[in-house]
Design a protein around this ligand. Structure first.
Ligand code: TYD
Ligand code: MG
Length: 400
């Protein structure tokens, strides 16, 4: 065993940017040499499209790239490249599932980037079970990652997120790679989000936003505008939340519908937010603010199909619920953020100033916030700090 001084710092790893900001940011500032990356996502969400486009970009930046598909024939990939306008890219393709074959070729060619689409179709002849099984996925990933570290090739493994039935989802690979990205989107919506859930070379929780078009994925440089895009005039139940996704502020619209329930047990339907969080907020509204929701159906939704997981969304959720229940629209041009504690008190949130700046940039002029120390004033924004949830209930909705 060789020992090294902690203080002996090597060079930072070499990185290459693709020129696609939404991708480079999620990677932590570009592709790190000899790194292993997993890109997971539902079948059909656009992983192959994203990676073919990324391959073309990296190839153009001088990164020698090989794209190995275990799912499509070479002609199919070439046809897609034509559709994406990438037919001139110096990317080399192969349709292959035999891992030994793939590693032999990679070892001979020594590319700087190898994309394996998908890890579930690959099989190692050293393992007895079928492709897609846990032991195959694990063995194939292990060998490819080993190769990456040994030869200085970055590898990107594509993994389908599998529904019940197929066991070997990307989860078995997550701990083996340097970086785990998930590609998400809602059915019926054109936008896609690439999210880093683990990154040894940058912050996790970073997102990149894309739109799927007839000619592939295009970057969305101003996601707040996209997610607020189809919002017309303020209506009861609709509240704009000033959120942070990764290192970037992002506004989204939280919508609630509250109606008398015809069922013996009232319904709670949530899309894009945590249903446990909704239950908690309803409980706090009932117990601390005396606003009952018994006998009322509650539907809660983030517009555009975005998923919001920040606790800072609590106050916006509460405001949407109250607004829907009281049938009172929030004053227009208002954004909301703040975390609600079980006592009904409001907690300050991180990056308040960035949230306010983004809201101001998009034409909002008021913010309902927790009473938060050190909340710098932002030009054009009027702050309405609330001590607790009860204060908001009475001040904004005039109810007790
Ligand atoms: P794909 O990249 O094959 O998904 P995955 O690899 O995650 O399974 O993308 C599949 C969908 O994307 C398919 O339904 C068609 C759509 N698509 C477009 O809308 N525009 C395009 O330019 C391309 C290539 C695909
Ligand atoms: Mg695919």
């Amino acid at each position: 065993m060789q020992l090294t001084d902690l203080a002996a710092q090597g060079e930072p790893p070499a990185r290459t940017v693709s020129g696609v900001d939404e991708l480079d940011r999620v990677l932590g500032g570009g592709l790190v040499e000899a790194s292993a990356i997993l890109v997971g996502g539902d079948p059909g969400i656009g992983k192959s499209t994203l990676l073919l486009q990324a391959a073309a970009r990296f190839a153009r930046m001088g990164i020698e790239t090989i794209y190995v598909s275990g799912e499509e024939a070479v002609e199919q990939i070439q046809m897609r490249a034509v559709r994406l306008g990438l037919q001139e890219s110096p990317v080399r393709l192969a349709a292959e599932t035999n891992l030994r074959d793939i590693l032999t070729t990679l070892d001979k060619e020594r590319p700087k980037l190898a994309i394996i689409d998908s890890i579930q179709t690959m099989w190692a002849d050293t393992v007895d079970s079928a492709p897609g099984s846990v032991s195959q996925v694990r063995a194939a990933s292990h060998e490819l990652i080993n190769f990456a570290k040994r030869r200085g090739t970055s590898v990107i493994l594509v993994g389908h997120v599998t529904k019940e039935g197929q066991i070997a989802g990307p989860r078995v690979v997550e701990h083996m790679v340097d970086c785990v990205l998930y590609f998400e989107g809602e059915r019926g919506h054109q936008f896609r989000i690439l999210r880093s859930v683990k990154n040894r070379y940058g912050p996790a929780g970073e997102i990149g936003v894309f739109e799927m078009t007839g000619r592939g994925l295009i970057e969305v440089k101003n996601p707040s505008a996209l997610f607020l895009g189809d919002r017309d005039k303020p209506s009861p139940g609709s509240v704009v939340f000033a959120g942070i996704e990764g290192t970037r502020p992002m506004l989204s619209e939280i919508q609630a519908l509250v109606a008398p329930s015809p069922h013996s047990q009232a319904r709670r339907t949530v899309v894009g937010l945590d249903s446990g969080r909704l239950a908690t907020i309803l409980a706090v509204l009932e117990a601390r603010c005396a606003v009952p929701f018994a006998g009322l159906d509650v539907y809660l939704n983030v517009a555009g199909g975005l998923r919001v997981s920040e606790p800072a969304a609590d106050l916006a959720v509460a405001a949407a619920l109250l607004s829907a229940r009281e049938d009172v629209a929030l004053p227009p041009e208002t954004v909301v953020f703040g975390e609600i504690s079980l006592s009904g008190a409001l907690r300050g949130v991180t990056q308040a100033e960035n949230r306010l700046k983004e809201a101001a940039k998009l034409g909002f002029s008021a913010a309902i916030t927790p009473e938060q120390k050190k909340l710098a004033s932002v030009t054009g924004m009027t702050l309405k700090p609330m001590a607790d949830l009860t204060t908001m209930v009475s001040e904004i909705f005039g109810a007790e």
